[in-house]
Design a protein around this ligand. Sequence first.
Ligand code: F6R
Length: 252
Amino acid sequence: MSKKIQIVSKTAQVGEVEELCRAVADEVEALIKEKEAEGKKVILGLATGSTPLPFYRELIRRHREEGLSFENVMSFNLDEYEGLGRDHERSYWAEMWRNLFDHVDIDPSNVSVPLSIFEDAGEAALEYENAIKEAGGIDWQLLGIGGEGHIGFNEKGSQVDSRTRRIKLARKTTMDAAPSFGGEANVPTHAITMGVGTILEAHRIVLMARGESKREIVNRAMSGEVGPEVPASFLQNHGNVGWFLDNDAAGS
Ligand code: F6R
């Protein structure tokens, strides 16, 4: 059974990965059904990386075995590598289709990922912000956390009021991505990311973390000083954040 632990003043849901993913999927399913009953779309903010993969598998299972429909879902991804293009297998666009969208009944016109190739970064970023606004804002935002506390690609130094923008990736981020790119030299140096301020406007935020390597940074994010040194610490200012940690990330 999963349990709740208290990390200083914040409460986290802690347990085995599978049960955490079921709990997070329960939230999404309830929201889809609630909005459906109101005749509205659900606006999800989604993340890539390894952390959400078992959660996406659980959503796909519910779609296949229990008929959970994504027809009413609109999604905005957090970030995208610059310069790869959507056809590149490591682009976040391709990852999202491979790991979730290809396997559920979402309308492709309801899927948004920041552009990978653009002429003017400022314009591409502003268009993304505007698309989120036009959709009515994000109801439910999923986050992972980087080894140095980034959320999206808001690296160390990102301010609380930052908006969607082009950003240079931190060395730790490119090093972490190196194995999946066949070497750090192949990792893009820049990305487009939703800003911290953009993320904090979501009605509900769920941060998932797995593995011992995330333990220390999760602790700093949840109960350390709030500031740009650990951008995930700004989540402490949001009134509706769920922290879902596996036993290794929680250190229990
Ligand atoms: C991905 C993203 C990143 C990741 C973070 C953790 O869209 O925005 O912030 O969530 O780097 O990555 P994993 O899950 O691979 O440890």
